[in-house]
Design a protein around this ligand. Structure first.
Ligand code: DX5
Ligand code: ZN
Length: 217
């Protein structure tokens, strides 16, 4: 069954507790937290303190997507504040294997992230170390962008590779997913869907989450 991870980037920050309660009620499985440093991506969002605050107001596992340079500098802080899943980008990381192993040793669920134009071959020697692979279906940095269509082919290829190698790696997809395209995208072999604006910018986020789950089952 597909799992839904609402992205708090599009939530109402003046009313986070209420917005999160709504997606919890709708049956969300995870909460996706986009950490941006203004260097790796052209936007700044939040750090470990906000992760700690989220941890106190939700029971949902926190899926922390690090879009930062030198992510290893912050692993300890995010884990201390309650990150349950942590994903790091392969782009620009000279020590991906070391970082992934460090995170595994810390006991969190570990993911590797690929930007839309990064080839799947970047995963060849890291796929058997991770719990999930996060495929970006928009260029990272902002919510509310359009799903990049050739990602469907990329998802299918990754699904095939994982199945062929008999790995227990889950596929998460992030960006531009809404009610109108979720079914088609998930049918390519997705396990976890991240959705921000389509959930939190709707007048009834609880309904959207429930409807997303329904359309994929
Ligand atoms: C983009 C972030 C996404 C973003 C998705 O850099 O990684 O998680 O919140 O937002 P939507 O669903 O609006 O494309
Ligand atoms: Zn994200």
């Amino acid at each position: 069954m597909v799992r839904i991870a609402p992205s708090v980037l599009s939530a109402d920050f003046s009313n986070l507790r209420d917005d999160i309660a709504k997606v919890e009620k709708g049956g969300a499985h995870l909460l996706h937290v986009d950490v941006m440093d203004g260097h790796f991506v052209p936007n700044i969002t939040f750090g470990p303190l906000i992760v700690g605050a989220l941890n106190r107001i939700t029971e949902l596992p926190l899926d922390v997507h690090l879009m930062v340079e030198n992510p290893h500098q912050y692993f300890k802080q995010f884990i201390q504040e309650g990150a349950d899943w942590i994903s790091i980008h392969c782009e620009g990381n000279h020590h991906l294997n070391r970082d992934i192993i460090t995170l595994k040793e810390e006991g969190v669920k570990v993911g590797v992230v690929l930007n839309p134009a990064t080839p799947l071959s970047s995963l060849d020697y890291i796929l058997d170390y991770v719990d999930f692979a996060l495929l970006m279906s928009v260029n990272p940095g902002f919510g509310g962008q359009k799903f990049i269509d050739n990602l469907k082919q990329k998802i299918r290829c990754l699904r095939e590779t994982i199945d062929k190698r008999a790995l227990r790696v889950e596929i998460e997809v992030d960006g531009g997913i809404e009610l109108d395209n979720i079914q088609e995208i998930v049918s390519c072999g997705v396990d976890i869907v991240v959705a921000g604006s389509s959930i939190f910018h709707h007048q009834d986020p609880e309904w959207v989450v429930r409807e997303m789950i329904k359309r994929c089952s």
